[in-house]
Design a protein around this ligand. Structure first.
Ligand SMILES: NC(=O)C1=CN([C@@H]2O[C@H](COP(=O)(O)OP(=O)(O)OC[C@H]3O[C@@H](n4cnc5c(N)ncnc54)[C@H](O)[C@@H]3O)[C@@H](O)[C@H]2O)C=CC1
Ligand SMILES: O=C(O)[C@H]1O[C@H](OP(=O)(O)OP(=O)(O)OC[C@H]2O[C@@H](n3ccc(=O)[nH]c3=O)[C@H](O)[C@@H]2O)[C@H](O)[C@@H](O)[C@@H]1O
Length: 449
């Protein structure tokens, strides 16, 4: 099929490349001329595992192209995907201005029998409004269909998630639209759900809100674990084995960030408030998430005393590992709060190596970033932090504290490192480890099969 993808960001580029990989002829379109020029000249605007190889392969086969001009690609298309950003507005509602601007500009280009597929995350009711706009605007509107096909990929595993999703959601109001979506995704064998436009929109927002709520639940429990001296690891492992609960998205730590959970929660709360509904559970989810940063600062102050004039090393800037995205990253909030309390900050991230707007020392070497430091705080769980040379780290540091704000390190291994190198290891909802205090055995759980 001939497919135009409008909006070549994280979702648009992955969607375009994956659809080309599945055998469709795809043109990715964006208003950002620099981005399109970069792609046309073989560059990559984002860093996402597996994406570049798939793009090069599709380009070689002549299945993937880029343009700033939507007209030819849209008018000759069997389907147009809209993958435009829907950020938070000041009121918390989704800002749909860029999406509507694209709808207005491509409406006259849509072919008779065309299919416009909204992939952006939008509040319930948006796609019906787009459909009725097109009906009024276009002469042959009865034969143009609108569909909503929300995207559930995660950054860092976007290609895998796109090609093997847990489910595909097809929201539409005509059999033709469902059938075309089935054709587009025919090679993907995941369960396919057919529903109305508004139901599809709500499936997406409710799913993100539920996942965020699960994370905040784990974080709330980790605070209780800290107070009781109990290990959150054993608690969530024991909870997660209950299939009704499941073990994913129960990792306690610095809280969720990224371009989606925070803004999708705001948008859902704002949508409900228009209907005079107070989404208390979601408000509590947000509040618990906000408190994570304060809790991290308190842990540092308990260990080091006043942070004024202390040097703190922040490991990880991105909102999660395996992406270069720093949108709404907890690390940025930790850096600004550390600055507020007068600490000097040194930062290392494996991918983000330059960020002029952040007034901190950013180095490209993990150990250089820790030199003279009073505490290393792991904020993003990049795999390479699992393989740190703890002896070398302790040698370059001024003091001996490590705060693992993602609970990514194995406590038994850290007990050995603490004893060997004189480190003090802290984490979130797990007993601290000091050089002279071996691991608390209550934290260990053995699963007998
Ligand atoms: N980032 C993610 O992991 C996921 C995002 N989503 C949703 O997908 C949507 C897109 O998100 P991202 O890809 O992260 O956004 P993004 O900000 O990375 O990309 C959006 C792109 O649209 C372009 N654009 C804006 N107006 C345009 C227009 N009129 N014509 C052509 N291009 C235009 C921008 O220049 C930008 O390149 C959002 O609704 C988001 O909530 C859904 C699932 C996952
Ligand atoms: O709508 C979206 O944009 C996407 O939002 C999330 O994907 P993403 O934000 O890319 O990444 P996640 O893996 O969900 O992580 C989000 C944040 O939660 C944090 N997190 C995740 C899991 C966990 O157990 N604990 C935790 O703190 C991560 O560190 C990260 O900051 C959803 O997982 C995707 O299904 C959805 O498509």
């Amino acid at each position: 099929m001939k497919i135009a993808v409008i909006g070549t960001g994280y979702v648009g580029l992955v969607t375009g490349a994956s659809l080309a990989h599945l055998g469709h002829q795809v043109v990715c379109i964006d208003v950002d001329k620099d981005k399109i020029m970069l792609l046309q000249s073989g560059g990559m605007p984002i860093w996402e595992p597996g994406l570049e190889d798939m793009i090069r392969d599709a380009e070689l086969k002549g299945m993937l192209d880029y343009s700033t001009d939507a007209s030819a690609a849209v008018s000759g298309s069997d389907a147009v995907f809209l993958t435009i950003g829907t950020p938070s507005s000041e009121s918390g509602e989704a800002d749909l201005s860029a999406l509507w601007s694209a709808v207005h500009s491509i409406a006259p280009m849509l072919p008779d029998n065309g299919l416009l597929i909204i992939k952006s995350t939008v509040p319930s009711g948006t796609c019906e409004q787009i459909e009725s706009y097109l009906r009024k605007r276009l002469p042959f509107s009865s034969r143009i269909a609108v569909a909503h096909n929300p995207e559930f990929l995660r950054q860092g595993s976007a290609v895998r998630d796109f090609l093997a999703p847990d489910r595909l959601v097809f929201g539409a109001s005509s059999p033709e639209a469902y059938n075309r979506l089935e054709e587009i995704y025919a090679p993907i064998k995941s369960p396919k759900i057919r529903c109305g436009l508004s139901e599809a929109e709500l499936i997406k927002c409710a799913s993100n809100a539920f996942l965020a709520m699960k994370i905040s639940y784990a974080n709330m429990m980790s605070d209780l674990c800290d107070a009781l001296g109990v290990s959150i690891d054993a608690v969530v492992e024991g909870m997660g084995l209950d299939r009704r609960i499941g073990s994913e998205f129960l990792s306690a730590g610095a809280g969720y960030g990224g371009s989606c959970f925070p803004k999708d929660l705001h948008a859902l709360i704002a949508l409900a408030s228009r209907e005079h509904l107070d989404m208390e559970l979601l408000k509590a989810t947000e509040s618990i998430n906000r408190q994570r940063i304060q809790i991290i600062i308190q842990k540092l102050e308990t260990a080091l005393g006043s942070l004024e004039d202390k040097t703190v090393t922040v490991y990880g800037l991105t909102f999660k590992p395996n992406t270069d995205d720093i949108r709404e990253s907890p690390a940025l909030r930790i850096c600004s709060m550390l600055q507020e309390v007068g600490a000097r900050i040194m930062v290392y991230d494996p991918v983000v190596t330059c960020l002029p707007e952040l007034q901190v020392d950013l180095t490209v070497d993990m150990y250089a970033a820790a030199t003279g430091s009073d505490c290393v705080v792991i904020v993003t769980d990049w795999d390479q932090f699992r393989h740190l040379d703890w002896g070398r780290l302790r040698q370059v540091m001024r003091s001996s504290y490590v705060l693992d704000a993602r609970n990514m390190l194995d406590t038994a291994e850290m007990a050995v490192n603490c004893e060997r190198y004189g480190l003090h290891y802290m984490s979130m909802g797990r007993p601290s480890i000091t050089p002279d205090c071996p691991i608390n055995n209550r934290a260990e759980m053995t699963i007998m099969t």
